[in-house]
Design a protein around this ligand. Structure first.
Ligand SMILES: Nc1ncnc2c1ncn2[C@@H]1O[C@H](COP(=O)(O)OP(=O)(O)OP(=O)(O)O)[C@@H](O)[C@H]1O
Length: 298
């Protein structure tokens, strides 16, 4: 069942289109990454999903219900971490978590809370306003998870966290996903998105430019880099290699077919080549090539 369904949603700030006719489906149980450069429209999209800002056209369904129509019922099934975390600065962390639980009519589970506090090294007695950026983010993560939501939406949750905490947070999100929670997060952390997410959507300048199954990215596609004065561009095309980028005496291709075919072809062309490298396509490569293709198509 789709948990998030976006159909042609747009957001204009004046005449500026921050998000333009974006459609996206996140299925139940997915660990879904939403990536794109600064200003691409990730937070704006998330804010429209949660109806924090009004969209200009299109429709949003959350957990099968139209937004904003059923928002209170639906929002209680959602945990959200904003990119810019703001709570009352005078409140102690423990009180903040208690209020969150009260809102959901839930009692505190001491063991669970202790587990989160140990994991993220959070001091319940501190005032929220006295916390560092990273510690504020951790508290927001605890508040988003404490009511066991069906859907977690996290806007750059690792922003401000140190590398150890990045890893702990991603592992925790994975744990939640394995227990049935759908996770939808934006991030600039491509390595962790690649390691943990099952799917990823790319957004640029308000346009969705692709959705990829990450298992396919990792397993099937190789990146071939050829260097030399006489590059066999036509032959590479013949065997199904796609040119990603061409520079002086260097070309980069993506290639999905069997490697013996590639080596056989290159062995006939060896006189013009100085160097050949074969790499697994990682998310960063995919990210860059999608953007480069998009630029080339303009
Ligand atoms: N309230 C607003 N008024 C005017 N422009 C806005 C407003 N909010 C966002 N924008 C613009 O919309 C675009 C998308 O912003 P958004 O915050 O969604 O990007 P983002 O992908 O989340 O970026 P980042 O990775 O830097 O957090 C940006 O150009 C931003 O300046």
């Amino acid at each position: 069942m789709p948990v998030i369904e976006l159909n042609n949603i747009s957001k204009y700030f004046g005449k500026f289109a921050a998000v333009k006719e974006l459609s996206l489906v996140v299925e139940e149980g997915e660990f879904f990454g939403f990536i794109g450069p600064n200003g691409a429209g990730k937070s704006t999209t998330m804010n429209m999903i949660l109806n924090f800002i009004k969209r200009n056209g299109g429709s949003v369904k959350l957990l099968g219900q139209d937004m904003p129509g059923a928002d209170v019922v639906v929002k209680k099934k959602i945990g959200y971490v904003p990119s810019d975390v703001r709570f009352y600065p005078q409140l102690r962390v423990h009180d903040l978590i208690r209020y969150t639980l009260d809102f959901h009519h839930m009692k505190e589970d001491k063991q669970e809370l202790e587990h989160y506090c140990e994991l993220f090294e959070v001091d319940l007695k501190k005032k929220f306003g006295d916390l560092s950026l990273g510690n504020k983010k951790k508290v927001a993560v605890i508040c988003a998870m404490i009511h066991h939501p069906e859907l977690l939406i996290l806007d750059e949750p690792t922003n401000g966290l140190d590398p150890l905490m990045h890893a702990r947070l991603f592992r925790l999100m994975k744990e939640k996903q394995e227990q049935g929670t759908t996770v939808f997060l934006s991030s600039h952390n491509l390595k962790e998105v690649e390691d943990y997410c099952s799917k990823v959507a790319f957004i640029k300048a308000g346009h969705l430019i692709g959705v990829e199954d990450l298992t396919a990215i990792n397993k099937n596609v190789k990146i071939i880099t050829l260097k030399g004065e006489n590059l066999p561009l036509d032959q590479m095309k013949t065997i199904g290699a796609e040119l990603i980028k061409q520079g002086k005496n260097e070309a980069r291709f993506s290639y999905e077919k069997e490697l013996p075919l590639l080596f056989q072809t290159l062995s006939h062309m060896a006189h013009g080549l100085d160097d050949v490298t074969v790499d697994n396509r990682d998310l960063e490569e995919q990210f860059m090539s999608m953007y480069e293709n998009q630029e080339a198509a303009r």
